[in-house]
Design a protein around this ligand. Structure first.
Ligand code: SAH
Length: 560
């Protein structure tokens, strides 16, 4: 199945058309040029980079602009092997739909669907498709063409006047205008068996086979299929016992075979598990596998369930450009999003099918457990932190919850932590390079640790002449702690030491201030501020606009 399409627009003039297309594909995401259009799902800075990235991620692209712009933007990635998603250009007023690329991934089908939604005819240019009313090389979902090169020859033979007959069940061809004849030499053969390739035959495999395995590697699965005379392309999915959910070899095998890996409870033997999942299929028992052959394509989504995934992600400080691409991709695939409301909102917008679970900032352990419960059911779950999830944020809470749990279903969840740009790094970058030499990161919050520990660490870190990065420097419920912390630091550090105060960095209304340690008072700081306090070598000099660059040199004076 294809990913949700991306609808790309350049200006407000095409938003209405984009929205009509989105009604046809409710999962589609409208991308608008930042600063030019309001009311889009996502913004981008560079049209070309965005288009190329989407193309390389195999995302169908519907660009509301001149076909030429799309062609020029994608030209340099076209020769790369691998993906070719559907790419279409649509006139911004919706008067023309031009399929450009992805003939084998259904671009003409999409062009017709969009044309229908906009009330115009799609500009189909594919000969076979025009003549036969269907693209023989692009069978519908649930079927796979055995050999594309052979297929191209086959279609050109038909275009040259050969007749054809259909062997097996090909319901989608009932509507096609094929040059059919009972005595034809050419056949379209639909079946799950492996067959030698022949110039006279267009071989199409229904994805009607499921292989049930306990634990097996790629070779074992391939051997089982081969022994049963079944074509690999007929495979719809692998089915394994849920106890094998974390088995790496199985996941690798499924990936190499390009199919989903599904799991079911296995109360008895393997045969029983497979029979339960596919009650009407014919079963073939092999050494380490039970193969089920159904009479029609199998929808893998309906067989057992998938392995749940839990990703703990960092949004970065706030600005979309500072969010790492892996996090963006994770947010797009998420079914459930958990987190403190402010961060969940920052991570959005979300589609209607994505469930948001907003909670209070303090309910971290409860949130972590909730995330595991959802993921253990097979859902794709994201827990959102700002900055980096491993820096005073959710990743440690999630691991603590897992460590404390004896639930095997939690242990089997596909857990991943995806990093983000932490506030100290984002603030440092704006100020220059205050963290250019050794530094120490501390949270000044005594909610989860005794204040005496904080004082002790501050004293040692200041004595060691480390640059100090303070997270959670102050809050309404912790009004005096920062003042006390500064007293300790001042015992070891000069009043001239530069201090960087970054507030709401990467967010609307951000401010960056540089003051001296002598000038610094707690009133300058709030809970949305990052404090970077220099070492003895941290220095500053004015930029052209008069504001300072702050940096800590990479060298350190020797001790004599
Ligand atoms: N995981 C986060 C930190 C969470 S602790 C990260 O890696 O950035 C929360 C503290 O981080 C706040 O009290 C503040 O000191 C700092 N902080 C988070 N985002 C910030 C931002 N955009 N600008 C300045 N400080 C920020």
């Amino acid at each position: 199945m294809h990913k949700a399409p991306a609808i790309i627009i350049l200006g407000p003039g095409s938003l209405a058309t984009a929205q009509r297309i989105q009604q046809r594909y409710p999962q589609a995401v409208i991308h608008g040029l930042s600063g030019r259009v309001e009311g889009v799902d996502q913004t981008y800075a560079s049209f070309g980079d965005t288009l190329r990235a989407l193309y390389q991620q195999d995302t169908p692209i519907i660009a509301l602009c001149a076909a030429g712009i799309v062609i020029r933007s994608l030209a340099c990635v076209l020769s790369e092997k691998g993906v070719e998603p559907p790419v279409l250009a649509v006139a911004e007023d919706g008067s023309a739909v031009v399929p450009l690329l992805g003939g084998l991934s259904g671009v003409n089908v999409m062009a017709r669907e969009i044309g229908e939604a906009l009330g115009v005819a799609a500009a189909i240019t594919t000969s076979g498709e025009l003549r036969f009313g269907t693209c023989l090389l692009n069978p519908p979902q649930g079927y796979a063409l055995a050999d594309i090169e052979q297929g191209k020859r086959f279609v050109s033979d038909l275009l040259a006047g050969e007749t054809v007959r259909v062997e097996g069940a090909a319901p989608w061809l009932d509507q096609a205008q094929l040059p059919a004849s009972e005595s034809a030499r050419r056949t379209i053969h639909v079946g799950h068996q492996a067959r030698a390739s022949s110039r006279d035959e267009l071989l199409i495999h229904p994805r009607s086979v499921v292989v049930g395995v306990d634990t097996a590697d790629l070779q074992g699965i391939r051997a089982a299929l081969k022994d049963a005379g079944i074509a690999e392309q007929s495979l719809a999915c692998l089915l394994a016992s849920e106890h094998a959910m974390a088995d790496a070899a199985l996941h690798e095998a499924a990936q190499a075979l390009g199919v989903a890996l599904r799991f079911a409870a296995k109360p008895g033997d393997l045969r029983g598990m497979v029979a339960q999942a596919l009650p009407d299929a014919q079963l073939i028992e092999q050494a380490n596998a039970v193969i089920a052959v159904a009479s029609a394509p199998v929808d893998a989504e309906r067989i057992g369930r998938r392995r749940g995934r839990l990703a703990v992600i960092g949004l970065g400080p706030g600005a979309a450009e500072l969010m790492v691409p892996a996090v963006k991709a994770e947010l797009a695939r998420a079914q459930d999003i958990l987190g403190y409301e402010t961060y969940v909102r920052m991570a959005g917008p979300f589609r209607a099918d994505q469930v948001q679970h907003c909670t209070d900032n303090r309910e971290e352990m409860q949130r972590a457990r909730h995330a595991f419960e959802l993921a253990a059911q097979g859902r794709s779950v994201v827990v959102v932190s700002s900055g980096d999830p491993g820096v005073f944020a959710m990743a440690a809470a999630v691991l603590e919850a897992l460590h404390a749990s004896s639930d095997p279903a939690w242990q089997r969840v596909d857990l991943e932590i995806l990093p983000g740009v932490s506030a100290s790094l984002a603030t440092a970058a704006q100020a220059g390079a205050p963290l250019g030499h050794d530094f120490c990161v501390m949270s000044l919050s005594d909610n989860l640790k005794p204040w005496s520990v904080i004082e002790h660490r501050l004293d040692l870190a200041a004595q060691a002449d480390l640059v100090l990065a303070f997270y959670n420097p102050i809050s309404r419920s912790r009004p005096w702690q920062l003042g006390r912390a500064l007293e300790i630091v001042r015992q070891h550090r000069d009043g001239n030491t530069p201090v960087v105060l970054g507030r709401d960095i990467g967010r609307p209304g951000q401010t960056l201030k540089v003051v001296s340690l002598a000038e610094l008072v707690p009133e300058m700081v709030d809970m949305r501020t990052m404090v970077l306090l220099g070492s003895s070598t941290t220095c500053q000099f004015p930029k052209a606009d008069g504001t300072p660059w702050v940096y800590t040199p990479r060298w350190y004076p020797s001790a004599e």
